[in-house]
Ligand binder design. Structure first.
Ligand code: C2E
Ligand code: CA
Ligand code: CA
Ligand code: CA
Length: 277
């Protein structure tokens, strides 16, 4: 038995070395990516649930690396661990605000939403830096929404309460992302200042066939109405889901049924051509 235990130990230690090595390589690739300006914003349209017209763009991070476009799951967590998330975020926001300010000239009521990790948000200088960049690109704070996941909000409740108030005092809107997956108690919600609830896509994908109103997506839409906040459903993939959500009173819809995330150039042509996607 002793022998087995030892060989297991060796097995794991080799694996750990490999993991550590991979991580170090990835961290230095991210650092290089920052220098080479490889982090680029993609944008996914959010439409009005009744008219299907474009109202908002959600910025989603991409990494143009090794000839491929990597998604956030391939680098955000590592960037956070390596303390590089601040620089990645700054690069993305600079590019996004520049793009967005030109789109605002054509569509002054358009909103840009950005995903900010709680690690970033609780940095004492974050809000000042964020406001400075908005100013630099002439983007009114009122046209910007910050998306915070429900789970991260709940696990930092006391700090976040104040942060949300600070954001509000500057006119920046706040959305609770992936709503329904973070196990927040409803009594917390009443004491937080936020503007939007985003129904997580896993509840949207449950919407097929006979709908009796007991579906969680519908329950969340109704809850948003009683809290008097804006409601967005994400991950809408079918006409049926769009119709059910609109009928339930959801305000905005987002998902592959309307559009996948697109490059700035693709959004340019949508906005040049008018507001339908
Ligand atoms: P999220 O904020 O919940 O974003 C929605 C994700 O669902 C996006 O994946 C989007 O491409 C995908 N999606 C949109 N519509 C549909 C649909 O109809 N069906 C399906 N199956 N998926 C859909 P993506 O771009 O891979 O982003 C993953 C997550 O990474 C985001 O989830 C967000 O939490 C995080 N993220 C993205 N950009 C940033 C960023 O700049 N900073 C930080 N901290 N996190 C980011
Ligand atoms: Ca989001
Ligand atoms: Ca989400
Ligand atoms: Ca999600």
């Amino acid at each position: 038995a002793k022998k087995v235990a030892r060989s297991n130990y060796q097995f794991y230690s080799v694996e750990l070395d490999k993991d550590a090595e991979f991580k170090i390589e990835q961290e230095s690739a991210i650092a290089k990516g920052i220098k080479n300006s490889e982090f680029i914003p993609y944008y996914q349209p959010v439409v009005n649930a009744q008219s299907f017209l474009l109202e908002k763009l959600e910025m989603l991070a991409r990494w143009d690396h090794d000839g491929e476009l990597a998604g956030p799951h391939q680098f955000i967590a590592t960037a956070e661990e390596a303390n590089l998330i601040g620089k990645v975020c700054e690069q993305l926001l600079q590019k996004a605000f520049r793009d967005f300010s030109s789109w605002l000239e054509k569509m002054p009521s358009l909103t840009l939403s950005v995903n900010i990790s709680v690690l970033q948000l609780i940095e004492p200088e974050f809000i000042d830096i964020f406001l400075c960049s908005l100013k630099r690109f002439n983007v009114p704070p009122i046209n910007v929404e910050i998306e915070i996941t429900e789970s991260s909000l709940v696990s930092n409740l006391d700090t976040m309460k104040q942060t949300l108030l600070d954001l509000k005092s500057h006119g920046i809107r706040v959305a609770i992302d992936d709503f329904g997956t973070g196990y927040s108690s409803l009594s917390y919600l009443k004491h937080l200042s936020f503007d939007t609830i985003k129904v997580d896509q896993k509840f949207v994908s449950d919407l097929t066939g006979n709908i009796d109103g007991g579906e969680l997506a519908i329950v969340i839409v109704h809850m948003a109405q009683s809290l008097q906040v804006n409601c967005v459903a994400e991950g809408v993939e079918t006409a049926e889901q769009a119709r059910i959500l609109a009928d339930a009173g959801c305000h905005q819809l987002q998902g592959y049924y309307f559009s996948k995330p697109k490059s700035a150039r693709a959004i340019d042509s949508i906005i040049e051509a008018g507001v339908s996607i």
